[in-house]
Design a protein around this ligand. Structure first.
Ligand code: GLU
Length: 299
């Protein structure tokens, strides 16, 4: 956790979901978080986000770790697995319940709708016989953050999101709760990840506030897309990373992020990741975006 005095030492993380092998999109998030952590003289942790068990693929975690190793990533401490953390998530939910901030909800997906949850079960669960999900209450107030790349972000959770699910009706904890509990437990000071999660950040800050956790700094980097403009993912059939192409792929990821690339083309992937050029002030500037306008366009 945070140092007893002064600013806590930088601690970042890469948190892949083991739903398949790493692809260029996940490499971008790994490189951005790794290089930012090292440029700040900080630590870099790996967390397997296997909280959504049915979506996870057996063996994908080991495959991801092997690929990270082949690309030269070195992580600090043991890899945390969310599947081992249900006790901690349950304690967090108990606290929300004790504080009157969480309530059971029997709405089906269709009843809850895809937009802002209208609070149907807020006062009373509609169908007490159905196994409930648990939702956290949100306020009609703005959550504000200063993202290191996107700048000022404001979201009114009541108007734009509604009370959101922290424990699903199938008994699985939701990503939003798990990520907040784990970032706090691991003492993460800086979250560097894809801009597709920018929209989730106000919900996470809200949970941090309710649970009494510190809010980390956030840096959301652009998301890599395929020629059709879709985010690279298992669903969009993004090709897996091949260790033999590690150097080339790393350089592409660095260029994608607007970071400097070592001039020496003969360097191996681990040498590229360890190169001095990625430890300089340059990098911090690159990670922050060339300037506010183009940074917005990139996201
Ligand atoms: N597990 C999430 C993903 O793979 C990342 C979550 C995060 O970085 O907060 O997209």
């Amino acid at each position: 956790m945070a140092a007893a005095e002064g600013t806590p030492k930088y601690r970042g993380r890469f948190a892949p979901s083991p739903t398949g092998p790493l692809h260029f999109g996940s490499l971008v998030a790994a490189v951005a978080s790794y290089v930012d952590a090292r440029a700040h003289g900080g630590e870099w942790l790996v967390r397997m986000e296997d909280v959504d068990v049915p979506r996870c693929v057996p063996g994908a975690d080991a495959d991801i770790l092997r690929t990270l190793e082949a690309f030269g990533f070195e992580w600090d401490g043991p890899v945390m697995y969310q599947s081992t953390r249900t006790g901690a998530y349950g304690e967090a939910l108990d606290r929300l319940r004790r504080d009157g901030m969480a309530y059971p909800c029997s709405c089906s997906r269709r009843e809850a709708g895809t937009g802002v949850y209208p609070g149907t079960c807020r006062a009373r669960m509609q169908d007490p016989l159905r196994p409930p999900a648990w939702r956290v209450r949100v306020d009609d107030a703005v959550i504000a953050l200063e993202d290191r790349r996107a700048g000022a972000i404001r979201q009114n959770l009541a108007r734009e999101v509604g009370d959101f699910v922290v424990l699903r009706a199938d008994g699985l904890f939701a990503y939003q709760l798990a990520v907040v509990v784990d970032d706090a437990a691991q003492g993460i000071t800086d979250v560097v990840r894809g801009a597709d999660l920018l929209d989730s950040t106000p919900r996470q800050i809200w949970l941090q506030q309710l649970l009494g956790f510190a809010t980390p700094e956030y840096l959301h980097v652009p998301v890599a897309t395929n020629p059709a403009g879709e985010k690279l993912s298992k669903q969009t059939l993004a090709p897996r990373l091949i260790a033999a192409d590690a150097g080339k792929e790393l350089c592409s990821a660095l260029r994608f992020l607007g970071m400097p690339v070592p001039a020496d083309a003969s360097l191996s992937a681990p040498e590229i990741l360890r190169s001095e050029i990625l430890r300089s002030e340059n990098l911090r500037k690159a990670a922050r975006g060339p300037d506010a306008t183009s940074a917005k366009l990139l996201i």
